[in-house]
Design a protein around this ligand. Structure first.
Ligand code: FAD
Length: 437
């Protein structure tokens, strides 16, 4: 029961029972029983969620989908796969890689998270700017509705405009509208070549200018990851990195069908960055050099743990042109709340991860962290952005939805939940769907 009590957030609640279904009929039986006897049912993939969306806050039953883990069909010529929800992202990738294809969203949790969890959270990854998120690849679903009816919705074709697009409604709904028991996903050819580059900017404004110019030039890098000054300072102080004290650090990857195509895009990016005032640029000449260029970005997690006991990661997303204003605003929020906040993320799609670093033993720290998080959400919304680019709402961000959504929209979401799940059986207490708050 404890193993089903938590996910990758700080929330914990023990359920009364865990059920491992092996078919949609098993899922339907549990949901019918739950409606009859009024207990909560919470669906669980791999429990890698970062916002408490798989936590059984009302106890009851956890439906652990990990045994429904079969890849049912791989149809490269039709460009789709059919999978059960408990298939791990990486296991599907291992099957698709030798065929030269991929399901591209590529969340960083890919070695552990399930495809059911990816659909339920509309997962994305560092290639989102060019290749999109899970929703862009979702063709069809089999879903057990909260009262136990099984529906098949969507299609297995590259296009369809037949009826209200219900499959999309379940994508990103964090398991509150139905239990996904089968998924049809579009797959795409894997790029055959890549080019990697690193650029350092002394001033944040210059980095913002370069990102804007790259987009205006019609180049969409497959990856454009950035770190801010606080993150760079942290890496320098850890002693393991020989970096200049600059305000922005970008690692970029371009890709294509041939290495000439990938390199031509990277060369154009580097010219733009130099023109915008880059202090230093490096282009990898070999896979080993590319891995070295990634080293600093990959080290953020482990190094931060050496400095602070806890890091609360947010994932606000703004239009790309607003990234410098977001970073400046977060810096001010950190200063007036006397907190350390490091920023890194996917600046190709405006998705940044401000990470509030603290020691929970410090007096009064909870209130300061809560206030800083709230201010970051409000700032992102003021800049035309959203509370979450990929992690979702769950329990952690339910109280902040009002910053982004108008009351009428929130009410419509609650009405929709009531229509699907009149007895509020499935994953109750999530996404602010119960009380206006
Ligand atoms: C180190 C780390 C890195 C991460 N990186 C990324 C990233 O790059 N991009 C990103 O988007 N996320 C990332 N995440 C968050 C997380 O991995 C994703 O949200 C992932 O999609 C969750 O999948 P899961 O199988 O673990 O689902 P869980 O955490 O078990 O569940 C998540 C939600 O999905 C629902 N759910 C699960 N299965 C089903 C189903 N079959 N039917 C209906 N609802 C279901 C649950 O009820 C819950 O609401 C990261 C997490 C960690 C710990």
């Amino acid at each position: 029961l404890w193993a089903a009590a938590f996910d990758a957030s700080d929330w914990r609640t023990k359920p009364n029972a865990v059920v491992w279904p092996s078919s949609s009929a098993d899922v339907a039986a549990v949901l019918k029983l739950a409606n009859r006897h009024d207990f909560a049912v919470t669906v669980r993939g791999a429990g890698t969620g970062l916002v408490g969306s798989a936590i059984p806050v009302r106890s009851g039953v956890v439906l652990d989908m990990s045994r429904m883990n079969q890849i049912l069909a791989v149809r490269v010529e039709d460009r789709y796969v059919v999978v059960q929800p408990g298939v791990i992202y990486r296991d599907l990738d291992r099957v698709l890689e030798p065929l030269g294809f991929a399901f591209p969203p590529d969340p960083a949790s890919g070695p552990a998270c399930t495809l059911g969890g990816n659909v339920a959270t509309n997962a994305g990854g560092i290639r989102g700017a060019k290749y999109g998120v899970t929703r862009d690849y979702l063709l069809g679903l089999e879903v057990v509705l909260p009262r136990g009816d099984v529906i098949r919705t969507g299609c297995r074709t590259m296009k369809s405009v037949s009826g209200v697009p219900l499959a999309g409604l379940f994508c990103g709904s964090e398991g509150v509208l139905g239990v996904i028991t089968e998924i049809t996903l579009k797959i795409s050819p894997r790029p055959k070549a890549k080019s990697t580059g690193l650029v350092l900017f002394r001033r944040l404004e210059d980095a913002g200018e370069a990102i804007g110019r790259i987009t205006r030039a019609g180049i969409i890098p497959a990856v454009m990851e950035m770190m801010d000054k606080a993150t760079i300072d942290m890496l320098i102080e850890s002693g393991g990195f020989d970096l200049p004290r600059v305000e922005a650090f970008l690692v970029m990857e371009t890709d294509g069908f041939t290495s000439t195509e990938a390199a031509a895009q990277m060369e154009a990016i580097i010219d733009i960055c130099r023109d915008a005032g880059a202090l230093e640029v490096k282009m990898a000449e070999s896979p080993k050099q590319a891995a070295d260029l990634w080293q600093a970005r990959r080290s953020i997690g482990p190094v931060s743990i050496k400095h602070w006991p806890v890091g609360l990661v947010e994932d606000v997303t703004v239009p790309m042109s607003q990234i410098p204003d977001l970073l400046k605003g977060v810096r001010e929020i950190a200063a007036h709340n006397q907190l350390d906040i490091i920023n890194f993320g996917h600046c190709g799609d405006g998705n940044l991860h401000p990470q509030i670093m603290f020691d929970p033993a410090e007096d009064g720290i909870d209130a300061r962290v809560e206030r800083a998080a709230s201010e970051i959400f409000q700032l992102a919304c003021r800049l035309g952005g959203t509370l979450s680019g990929e992690h979702g709402i769950g329990l952690s961000k339910a109280g902040f939805l009002k910053f982004e959504h108008q009351p009428e929209e929130l009410e419509l979401m609650r009405e929709l939940k009531g229509l699907f799940d009149p007895n509020n059986i499935l994953n109750p207490g999530k996404m602010g769907l119960e009380a206006p708050s």
